[in-house]
Design a protein around this ligand. Sequence first.
Ligand code: PNS
Length: 170
Amino acid sequence: MPSIAVYPGSFDPITLGHLDIASRAAKLFDELHILVVHNPSKAPRFSSEERVELIRSSLGELKIAGPAKIVIDTLDGGLLVNYCKMVGATALVKGFRTSVDLDYELPMAQVNRDLAGVETVFIPADPVHGHVSSSLVKQVADLDGQVGKYVSESVARALATSAANRKAQG
Ligand code: PNS
């Protein structure tokens, strides 16, 4: 039976930190689903479709491939564990930068295990990406800062366009 895992997140947008976790997770499983999840507590900058496209282009730019099959998908409602059941995934992948991330993630991991026996595999962030977050890169891009160290070229372009549109709208 192939080992299938789901790497969920808002990915608004995907950063080099996320891509590093995806690439390392892809070495642990036969199939990895990078899942763009609608998080009702956040107002997204990019639509689900745009986020999927940015993930696809970033994986291509960084040549992230390998033996694992990588699937990019969206979940616009419903429980994450139901998506896991639907695709036959037995594990979730989460990256963590600091203990703050772990404090936030631990209850979710416990609930997902309670609900459906889905285990969470935590992968520590490479320290190079320890300070990178989607919200910070959006802020830097909106203030005309350089985000090339934190995101792929396609994401940097999308952030620049989004920053220009927001300025034009006042
Ligand atoms: O990148 P984020 O916004 O921190 O990701 C959080 C996310 C989307 C993974 C989390 O909100 C989530 O798991 N949502 C799915 C809804 C769900 O299944 N909730 C119940 C168990 S935690």
